[in-house]
Write a protein that binds this ligand. Structure first.
Ligand code: AMP
Length: 282
């Protein structure tokens, strides 16, 4: 597995691969890899000749009071995981490399980022779209894989790719969960044992609402109430938001008449966790 840290080297290697007719897949990550990330690598492998994983904890997408400094990092473990997942190349630039002195150019997706996580994390998605646009330019992929775990991010990236005319296919990857339903996340390491137990309420609340939906309930308020009740029964949990939105526009819906998504963000102790279920009409 090749490790590339400089943008100039990444440009050169990506260009060489393209000249040799290789199809490139990119999996952007912030590292501290888990099986959710590995599933993205496997999907990337199915779509390309060369799998590049980027590993970059992006300061631009963290707010001033968020967890950038304490975000978990483990280079050796990540390298071992990527090696055994058959990754071909790791792009791991430094912060100075990505954001040189005087950096002042960003990418903004305006409307889709004004809801859900965009409300509680101002500036977050601008950090995401800026770094992803830059990673696209560095690694020149034909396809890029993003997890449905970060559903709003996936929708925002699709919009950016469409609006800016990036010639890149965006492939969604289903959420990978622990055996008790908790969506895998690098941030789960913040949870102490009691909080880890409490965190089950996220997926349990979503699955309960999904079951009602599958039984025919189409009223968003009723489904949200069902999920809210399960989370409020958990003393260690504090709801940031629970909503039901159109799966493409992210506009809130009152009655589900098209495919929708039910995203939520919940604080468990200091950790802010997100999860969602897609409510697909039969
Ligand atoms: P992160 O390292 O948390 O920025 O995530 C990198 C990519 O992995 C993003 O596209 C995430 O949506 C995806 N991802 C993270 N956790 C999961 C999961 N449990 N299942 C599927 N994809 C995930």
């Amino acid at each position: 597995m090749e490790v590339v840290c400089r943008i100039a080297d990444m440009h050169r290697r990506a260009e060489e691969l393209r000249i040799h007719g290789k199809k490139i897949a990119l999996v952007p990550t912030m590292g501290y890899l888990h099986n959710g990330h590995v599933s993205l690598m496997q999907i990337a492998r199915d779509h390309a000749d060369v799998v590049i994983v980027s590993l970059f904890v992006n300061p631009l997408q963290f707010g001033p009071h968020e967890d950038y400094a304490r975000y978990p990092r483990d280079w050796d473990r990540d390298i071992a995981i990527m090696n055994s997942a058959g990754v071909d190349m790791v792009f791991a630039p430094s912060v100075e490399e990505m954001y040189p002195n005087g950096f002042q150019t960003t990418v903004t997706v305006s409307r889709l980022t004004k809801t859900l996580c965009g409300l509680s994390r101002p500036g977050h998605f601008e950090g995401v779209t800026t770094v992803v646009a830059k990673l696209f330019l560095c690694t020149k992929p034909h396809v890029a894989v993003f997890g449905e775990k970060d559903f709003q991010q996936l929708v925002v990236i699709r919009r950016m790719v469409h609006d800016l005319g990036f010639d890149i296919q965006i492939i969604p990857a289903p959420i990978v969960r622990e055996s008790d339903g908790l969506a895998m996340s690098s941030r789960n390491t913040y949870l102490n044992p009691a909080e880890r137990q409490a965190a089950r309420c996220l997926s349990q609340s979503l699955f309960a609402a999904q079951k009602l939906f599958e039984e025919g309930q189409r009223n968003a308020a009723t489904l949200i109430e069902c999920a809210r009740a399960r989370i409020e029964a958990e003393p260690l949990a504090r709801i940031d938001y629970i909503k039901i939105c159109d799966a493409t526009t992210l506009d809130e819906v009152t009655t589900i008449t098209r495919d929708a998504v039910m995203p939520l963000a919940v604080y468990i102790g200091k950790a802010r966790l997100i999860d969602n279920v897609v409510l697909r009409l039969p």
